[in-house]
Design a protein around this ligand. Sequence first.
Ligand SMILES: *[C@@H]1O[C@H](CO)[C@@H](O)[C@H](O)[C@H]1NC(C)=O
Ligand SMILES: *[C@@H]1O[C@H](CO)[C@@H](O)[C@H](O)[C@H]1NC(C)=O
Ligand SMILES: *[C@@H]1O[C@H](CO)[C@@H](O)[C@H](O)[C@H]1NC(C)=O
Ligand SMILES: *[C@@H]1O[C@H](CO)[C@@H](O)[C@H](O)[C@H]1NC(C)=O
Length: 442
Amino acid sequence: MSKNSLAYFISWILLQFLFGVNCQMMPFKPTVSYGHTATLIDNKLYIIGGRDINGKFVGKEFFYLDFSVPFDTQKLLLWQDLSYIDLVPPHSEAESVKGGANNDTLFLYGGEISDQTMALVYTFDSQSITWTISKITGDYNVRKFRLTAVEHYGKMYLYSGVNKVINNNVASYVFLNEMVILDTINLSWSKGSLINAPSPRADYDATLLPNDNIIYLGGVSAPPTAYMSNALTLSEVYLYNTINDNWSKKITSGKIPSNRAAFSTVLGLDGQRIIIFGGFFDDPGYLDTTLYVLDLTNFNWYIPKISGNIPKYRKFHQANVIGKYMVISFGIGYNKSVESDILLLDISNIEEYVWTTTFDPSVPNSIIPAPSLPPSSSPSPSSLQPSSSSSQLSNNIPAMAGAIVGSLFCGILLSFGGFFLYKWNKNKQKQRGIIRIQGNVN
Ligand SMILES: *[C@@H]1O[C@H](CO)[C@@H](O)[C@H](O)[C@H]1NC(C)=O
Ligand SMILES: *[C@@H]1O[C@H](CO)[C@@H](O)[C@H](O)[C@H]1NC(C)=O
Ligand SMILES: *[C@@H]1O[C@H](CO)[C@@H](O)[C@H](O)[C@H]1NC(C)=O
Ligand SMILES: *[C@@H]1O[C@H](CO)[C@@H](O)[C@H](O)[C@H]1NC(C)=O
């Protein structure tokens, strides 16, 4: 770095320091509480839709949190507001995946609405920062919600879920028996097999496994029994093979969690276990930590060793794997003035998961490769990709830059900062190039 740009950079930091307090007085504060979607694209976790703490649909609210920089969930979260470009009507319990030809487009499907004017599929292009109503070919137009979408090779798998039917002003919920597939690349609908599929359900969770299977767990079964006491067992789980289009059932053993729904599921970093958190139970009979792990090599449930401050359990939240963390967003069950909207569980050490409040974007060097899952019949590249690996070198600077967003004044300051940052970065890149050649590292 030249002395000049270092001087600029330092004065920029000083300016930020002086005005930072001012700027942070008007941060964006989401009103969403639960029923949102959370989609990770390029280290940004995009949140849209959902309901506020009273169960009302949030208005047009669309925002993201940047996970390329370190932060502390105990401090003010620097949500970036994009509501001004949002054209999706208020809705809740929709589904989203990252997909599209370049694998950088958010696909939003379905959702419960109060009026009937919402399109079935919307896309958000993360490059041009625009929402579009997406026209999908094929014979399908059912608006479902309370399901869990999974993406694989550009296809969005939408199993079961509910559809609201209004007759004489009385709403009833129809549980659908179908595996609907939205091809996010050629924009077409199709349907998958239902042979040996689980019974129709809602509020289940589903996760893609490294062997092209999607695992389906829990949920609530169709009425007529009272909704909340209808949670399904986790003593059996279902696998849908996306390559062969067929289903199988696995009986689980070990410390089987109580029947539950509206929990969240992620794949462990080694690809060999499923971690579930929260949800509502059917008479748990005991108070547990609500964190369970399913070993995929033998379908045995166990309660993992955990440390850190154990948070209140949540339901109707979302979970994403970001870097080495299971990241929980929003949900019902916590007091917003006591706990952050974001929970972080460090899952990098399978011997002990750690609830933490600090996000460190660096990815662990040694993610254990996944050897022993039963392979599917056609070979495919491993889907294990640590989700945040870029931009480690520039970690601190955007963090500081982020800290000043919040008012017009800050925006102006930022553009100046951005200019110096650009200069500084350019210098740094030159340096890095040199280092790489000299040391031949990386
Ligand atoms: C899109 O990226 C995700 C990782 O973020 C990956 O799991 C998925 O397979 C990719 N999809 C395609 C079609 O390449
Ligand atoms: C889209 O791709 C699927 C396979 O993924 C194929 O079955 C379908 O015919 C294609 N549809 C269009 C409209 O190209
Ligand atoms: C799924 O389909 C594949 C390929 O046709 C077949 O080998 C396998 O036995 C099927 N599995 C089940 C559970 O039906
Ligand atoms: C949330 O916590 C604050 C601070 O402890 C407390 O004053 C408030 O009553 C709590 N709200 C609810 C709904 O429990």
